[in-house]
Write a protein that binds this ligand. Structure first.
Ligand code: Q46
Ligand code: ZN
Length: 303
C-alpha cells in the first residue's frame, strides 16, 4: 500500500523527510517548502527595509528554488536575478543556459556578468590555484557586491542551504575560526558599502531543495563544477551526511545551538577589522588593496 501524504491524508506521498518523519504528496510538498521560506524570511526579518533585492542564481538547484519561490513574492520588493558566468569549460555555459531558461519561465530578466570581460576566467584561476574554490568565492562576493551598489540594491540573497552552512560551521568549530563562527548567521546587515546578505534557505536541507526543484521541473544543472572534485568541503558534507543517517536532526540541532548560543556570544567578543576603500577599485577592503584586485593582478600577470 502506498504511503499517504501526512498533510492532506489523501494523495500518495512522493517525498519523505527523515528528520521530521513527514510524508508529502507533490502539491503539499511545494506548499510546505514555500511556507518554510516565508517563515525564515519573517523569523530573521530578512526583507525588512528592503525594496530591491539581488538574487544570486548559479544555475544549481538551490538558487533556482530560491528564485522560483520568491518571484512574485511581494509587490513591494523588486527582484533582480544576477548570474556570473565564470567561464568554467564545459560547465558555465550549461549554468548560464539554465538561469536564462528559469528566468524566462518566471518572466524575469536576469543580469548576466561574464568574468571574461575582466580579461580572465576561472579556467585561468584554476591553472594558478590548486584549490580554485577560495578565489572563486572572492570573485563571486566582489561582483555580487559591486553590482548591488551600482543597481542600488538593499540586500543580496543567496541559495546557501542548511547543508552548506553546517559544512562551514563544522570546519570553523574544528579549527576555532572565531570570525567565521561569528559571521555565520541567516542575515548579515550592511556595513558601509558592503551590502547586506541573507540566506532564506538556511533551514532547508540539500534534499529539500532538490525535491522542490525536481517536482516543479525547474531548469537546473545537475552536474557538479569540475573544480569541486575531491574538494574538502564535499568530503566534509559526506561525513556530515553519515552522522545525519544516525542522528536525523543533527544538522538542525547544530544550527539552532550555534545561532542561539555560540554565534551571539562570539559576535560580541570578536571585532572584525574596520573596512577601508580599496585604493584601486574603491570597493570595501580590509587592506589597502582588496582581495579581488590582488587576485586579478596575480592572474593577469600569468595569462
Ligand atoms: S563554482 Fe567556484 Fe563552486 Fe566551482 S570553483 Fe568551487 S566555488 S565548485 S559553488
Ligand atoms: Zn579593489
Amino acid at each position: 500500500m502506498p504511503v499517504k501524504c501526512s498533510l492532506c491524508k489523501d494523495r500518495n506521498a512522493v517525498v519523505h523527510l527523515e528528520f521530521s518523519s513527514m510524508y508529502y504528496c507533490e502539491e503539499c510538498y511545494s506548499q510546505y517548502f514555500i511556507r518554510k521560506v516565508r517563515r525564515t524570511l519573517e523569523k530573521y526579518k530578512m526583507l525588512e527595509h528592503t525594496s530591491r533585492v539581488l538574487i544570486a542564481v548559479s544555475g544549481g538547484k538551490d538558487s533556482s528554488a530560491l528564485l522560483a519561490t520568491l518571484a512574485g513574492f511581494s509587490d513591494d520588493v523588486e527582484i533582480l536575478p544576477f548570474h556570473i558566468d565564470l567561464g568554467i569549460p564545459g560547465y558555465s555555459e550549461k549554468c548560464r543556459e539554465a538561469v536564462e531558461e528559469l528566468c524566462k519561465g518566471l518572466g524575469l530578466k536576469p543580469l548576466i556578468f561574464k568574468l571574461e570581460t575582466e580579461g580572465f576566467t576561472m579556467a585561468d584561476v584554476a591553472k594558478k590555484y590548486k584549490k580554485p574554490c577560495s578565489p572563486c568565492g572572492t570573485i563571486k562576493r566582489y561582483w555580487m557586491n559591486k553590482v548591488s551598489i551600482e543597481r542600488k540594491v538593499d540586500l543580496v540573497l543567496t541559495g546557501h542551504n542548511l547543508d552548506d552552512t553546517i559544512e562551514v560551521l563544522f570546519q570553523a568549530y574544528l579549527t576555532g575560526s572565531v570570525h567565521t563562527i561569528a559571521k555565520t548567521k541567516p542575515k548579515l546587515e550592511r556595513i558601509g558599502d558592503l551590502i547586506g546578505r541573507a540566506k532564506p534557505l538556511i533551514r532547508h536541507t540539500d534534499l529539500e531543495t532538490l525535491y522542490f526543484s525536481s517536482i516543479n521541473e525547474l531548469p537546473f544543472v545537475v552536474a557538479e563544477c569540475p573544480y569541486s572534485r575531491g574538494s574538502r568541503s564535499i568530503r566534509r558534507k559526506k561525513l556530515i551526511e553519515k552522522i545525519a543517517r544516525d542522528i536525523p536532526n543533527f544538522k538542525h540541532t547544530f544550527l539552532s545551538t550555534h545561532l542561539k548560543t555560540f554565534q551571539p556570544l562570539l559576535a560580541e567578543k570578536t571585532r572584525l577589522p574596520p573596512l577601508r576603500k580599496c585604493k584601486r577599485c574603491g570597493m570595501p577592503a580590509s587592506a589597502e588593496v582588496c582581495s579581488y584586485c590582488k587576485l586579478k593582478e596575480r592572474i593577469l600577470k600569468h595569462t
